[in-house]
Design a protein around this ligand. Structure first.
Ligand code: ADP
Ligand code: MG
Length: 245
C-alpha cells in the first residue's frame, strides 16, 4: 500500500477536438475521504470521473491511483476498473440477468471466484443495500431506486478501493432519491474512498469531507462543506449556489 493519497490528479488536461474540457485540474483524494464534485452542466464533472478509471484518456498531466500511474491496457487496466467501482446515472444492469447474477458476474468472470463464494457475498451485499428480497428478479421488475442500489452492490462485489458516483440519483423519481443517498452515506461512514458528482447539496453537507466546485473545465475551489457553503470564495461558486440552493 502506497502512502500517497489514493487518487492523485496532477494538472490534468483533456480536449474533445477543440473543446478544452479539463483545464489543469489537480485533485487528490485520500484513503477514506469523500469528495463531492459539484458544478454546472458541461463543466467537466463526468469527464473527470471517467478519466479516473480510464474510460477517457487525458491529453496531458497525470492521474495516479494507489501509488501508480493509471495503466493503459490489458490486465492492469481490468484490475484498475475492478478497484475503482463506478455508478452512473443510468443503472447499466444487464437486462437479461437476475439481480443476483448481475452482482455475481464480475467476481466470477473477472476475479475468478467460485460461484458459491460469489453468491454468498452477493446476497450479503444485496442485504446491505436493502434489496435481498429482489435477488431473483430481473432489473425491469425493480423500481429505479432498487436498480440503482443493485448497481451499487454490483460495484461493491468487486471489493473496490474507491467508488465513483456520477449523478447516481439524477434519473430517479424524487421519492427514490433518499434510499440511494442513504446507501451512499453509510458507505461513506464505513470509510469508503469516494468521488461523488451530485446536485444533492444535502448529501454534500452531510457526507462530504470536501466539496470541489468545477466550472468550465476548471476546479475553481475546494473546501470542507461547512466552509464552502457558508463562504464560497469565487463569484462562479456563489452564482451556482444561488441557483441550486
Ligand atoms: P458535466 O458532467 O459537468 O456535465 P461533461 O464532462 O459531461 O460535463 O462534459 C464536459 C464538456 O465536454 C461538455 O461541453 C460536453 O458537451 C463535452 N463532451 C463530453 N463528452 C464528449 C465527447 N465524448 N465528445 C465530445 N464532447 C464531449
Ligand atoms: Mg455529467
Amino acid at each position: 500500500m502506497s502512502h500517497e493519497p489514493l487518487i492523485v490528479l496532477d494538472s490534468v488536461n483533456k480536449w474533445f477536438g477543440d473543446l478544452h474540457v479539463l483545464r489543469d485540474v489537480s485533485l487528490t483524494v485520500d484513503r477514506g475521504e469523500v469528495v463531492v464534485v459539484i458544478g454546472p452542466s458541461g463543466s467537466g464533472k463526468s469527464t473527470l470521473c471517467r478519466a479516473v478509471n480510464r474510460l477517457e484518456t487525458i491529453n496531458s498531466g497525470s492521474i495516479r491511483f494507489d501509488g501508480k500511474d493509471l495503466p493503459a491496457e490489458g490486465r492492469a487496466l481490468a484490475k484498475l476498473r475492478s478497484e475503482v467501482g463506478m455508478v452512473f446515472q443510468s443503472f447499466n444492469l444487464f437486462a437479461h440477468m437476475s439481480i443476483l447474477d448481475n452482482v455475481m458476474l464480475g467476481p466470477v468472470k473477472v476475479r475468478g471466484e467460485s460461484k458459491a463464494v460469489a453468491r454468498e457475498r452477493a446476497l450479503a451485499l444485496l442485504d446491505r443495500v436493502g434489496i435481498a428480497n429482489q435477488a431473483d428478479k430481473l432489473p425491469v421488475q425493480l423500481s429505479g431506486g432498487q436498480q440503482q442500489r443493485a448497481a451499487i452492490a454490483r460495484a461493491l462485489a468487486m471489493q473496490p478501493k474507491a467508488m465513483l458516483f456520477d449523478e447516481p440519483t439524477s434519473a430517479l423519481d424524487p421519492e427514490m432519491v433518499g434510499e440511494v443517498l442513504e446507501v451512499m452515506t453509510s458507505l461513506a461512514k464505513e470509510g469508503m474512498t469516494m468521488i461523488v458528482v451530485t446536485h444533492e447539496m444535502g448529501f454534500a453537507r452531510a457526507a462530504a469531507d470536501r466539496v470541489a466546485f468545477m466550472a468550465d473545465g476548471q476546479l475553481v475551489e475546494q473546501a470542507p462543506p461547512a466552509e464552502f457553503f457558508a463562504n464560497p470564495k469565487s463569484e462562479r461558486a456563489r452564482d451556482f449556489l444561488s441557483k441550486v440552493l
